[in-house]
Write a protein that binds this ligand. Structure first.
Ligand SMILES: NC(=O)c1ccc[n+]([C@@H]2O[C@H](COP(=O)([O-])OP(=O)(O)OC[C@H]3O[C@@H](n4cnc5c(N)ncnc54)[C@H](OP(=O)(O)O)[C@@H]3O)[C@@H](O)[C@H]2O)c1
Length: 223
């Protein structure tokens, strides 16, 4: 079974105690790994600010969601990100965010996560490289040997450096792989999106999660 270990994820995009306003989620990676999440969110009545570079893809998404997915077509590394996010949230602050931006700089990730008011859930999906064993190949082998001794699933997001979390309450979803007898594979956009939404919707206390496996490292699919 594909384990999503909700080992440490924080809060929800919905506040059950608050008057029902339409949730407004920021989704980065909205036409790729998180496209199914955008469709799920808009189908449940939420508004999404959908970020990607390709305006045509975002226009299609806007059309197919009857306007519920609002395009924010820009490169997240281009100048003016903070201002663009503030404009997108003007009059309707973000109530949460799903961020898939593996090639973004740490400063950019902090800006994206910081666009959501404190106390609201932000889920940052991290690729498996973040769970890579430290050091040289020899050291990696010793880590794997440890795994063979029954510790295969022992890696935890708690082992990530503090800097991996762009804002204090941000929930991390580490994307592992799905082992299969014929060879491991990466997760599909549907699986990543479903996991990201589970972490977003999880109640307090804040928890991180791992989707699939990140050990033994040698079972990681080739790119
Ligand atoms: N588990 C792992 O460690 C791991 C690692 C890597 C990949 N994968 C697998 O590979 C699949 C494909 O992943 P992928 O990384 O190639 O991404 P992808 O699924 O193609 O999604 C990338 C998303 O980010 C947007 N984007 C990319 N660069 C951007 C930028 N500079 N500014 C704004 N938006 C930007 C893309 O749209 P635009 O291009 O229009 O900007 C797109 O919406 C994933 O579904 C996953 O299964 C897994």
């Amino acid at each position: 079974m594909d384990a999503i270990d909700t080992d440490s994820a924080t809060g929800s995009g919905r506040d059950p105690g608050a008057p029902r306003a339409t949730p407004h989620l920021l989704v980065v990676g909205a036409t790729g790994a998180l496209l199914p999440a955008v469709r799920t969110l808009t189908a449940r009545g939420d508004t999404v600010t959908a970020m990607a570079r390709t305006a045509a893809d975002l226009r299609d998404l806007e059309r197919s969601t009857h306007g519920a997915a609002r395009p924010l077509a820009r490169d997240f590394e281009a100048p003016g990100l903070r201002e663009a996010l503030a404009r997108a949230a003007h009059g309707s602050p973000f109530t949460g965010a799903l961020l898939y931006c593996p090639r973004a700089s740490p400063a950019t990730v902090r800006t994206l996560a910081g666009a959501v008011p404190p106390g609201r859930p932000v889920v940052l999906a991290l690729t498996s490289e973040h769970a890579a064993p430290d050091g040289e190949a020899g050291h990696e082998e010793s880590v794997e040997a440890e795994s063979i001794e029954g510790d295969a699933a022992s890696w935890s997001p708690a082992l990530l450096p503090a800097g991996a979390r762009p804002t204090p309450g941000c929930r991390l979803l580490v994307l592992g792989w799905r082992p299969r007898p014929e060879g491991s594979r990466w997760h599909t956009a549907g699986e990543i999106s479903e996991a990201a939404l589970r972490v977003l919707d999880a109640g307090p206390p804040p928890r991180d999660a791992v989707l699939g496996r990140v050990r033994p490292w040698r079972t990681r699919p080739s790119a």
